[in-house]
Write a protein that binds this ligand. Structure first.
Ligand SMILES: [Zn+2]
Ligand SMILES: [Zn+2]
Length: 308
């Protein structure tokens, strides 16, 4: 307890007032120690998973939203400890009216402030139409259609800037939700592919340095770094299954701290014996040549069904 303000919790490492309570570890932390804690957990994960190696050109998927903003700030702060590594920010403009413009401006400003090279690619440029046009009458499938096209757009962007790694801002909540959603759907291949691990050399490896940091801690981190912005929410999220899973899972995490980390551990345990045969069964898409598990890749078959 803070002696000047009895009743208020203090940091377990120093005596400063706490800004957060980490339910799973049972620790209260002050702002400075939360920042230090997050930076060291991200650095550890990058190191133990071998996410970034000397000489890497890391394309950072920067939507301008909370997670990707935190990701870029964290990677920039870790840059002095990474040898000969270059960061390049990539923003995808899906074409979502009333939502995307504000986040693109935020992304541009952030990259500029941090002195990071920034590239923007749009859906119309790549796929011939904006997401809004593609989704007319298919709004309920918004997140899965957008997800497939955005993944492809990021891969193209990463290739254009000759990146050797592609970093995305998925946090612990996102990843744990994905595990649960893929279990609900019975989609084992996607459960494993989602982790982005790939040693086949066919894809630019995707890395998720924030995948063990809870969403709540990322929000506080941004406030502490003066990088918190109120931005509009994507208008399509109201159709998303993820929304339901998110509320179930955060309830569960609240009652049983550590649930989300346990879901991640489960995925890892399933992943280890399974990854190799699934990667080995990939061949090339007959239209675009990208690695694919069937004759036509997910993107090409989606674009067909969207009538392009
Ligand atoms: Zn402290
Ligand atoms: Zn294809």
């Amino acid at each position: 307890m803070d002696p000047n303000n009895p009743g208020l919790p203090v940091c377990f490492r120093c005596t400063a007032p706490a800004v957060i309570f980490q339910r799973d570890s049972g620790h209260h932390l002050c702002g400075a120690h939360l920042v230090e804690d997050i930076e060291s957990r991200v650095a550890d994960l990058i190191k133990t998973r071998g996410m970034i190696a000397p000489g890497d050109r890391v394309a950072v998927a920067l939507s301008g939203g909370k997670d990707s903003t935190a990701l870029l700030l964290l990677l920039v702060s870790l840059l002095p400890t990474l040898h000969d590594v270059k960061l390049i920010a990539i923003t995808i403009d899906e074409g979502i009216a009333g939502y995307r413009d504000a986040t693109i401006t935020a992304a541009e400003h952030l990259a500029c402030d941090l002195g990071i090279e920034h590239h923007c690619i749009s859906f119309p440029e790549l796929f011939g139409n904006s997401l809004d046009v593609f989704l007319k009458g298919r709004e309920t499938q918004a997140c899965s259609i957008c997800g497939i096209l955005r993944r492809k757009a990021l891969a193209v962007g990463a290739r254009q800037v000759s990146a050797t790694k592609l970093a995305t801002g998925h946090n612990l909540d996102d990843e744990a939700q994905s595990v649960l959603m893929n279990v609900f759907r019975g989609d084992l291949p996607r459960l494993i592919r989602n982790s982005g691990t790939d040693s086949s050399g066919k894809f630019i490896p995707r890395i998720k340095p924030l995948s063990l940091i809870p969403e709540k801690e990322i929000a506080v981190y941004l406030m502490l770094k003066n990088a918190w912005k109120e931005l509009p929410e994507c208008p399509y999220t109201r159709y998303a299954l993820r929304r339901e899973v998110r509320s179930v899972l955060s309830n569960f995490e609240y009652k049983h701290p550590g649930t989300m980390l346990h879901l991640m551990e489960s995925r890892e345990k399933i992943e280890q014996p399974c990854t190799r045969p699934i990667i080995a069964s990939l061949h090339s898409c007959r239209e675009c040549g990208d690695p694919s598990s069937s004759d036509l890749c997910q993107v090409c078959s989606l674009l067909r069904s969207l009538g392009r």
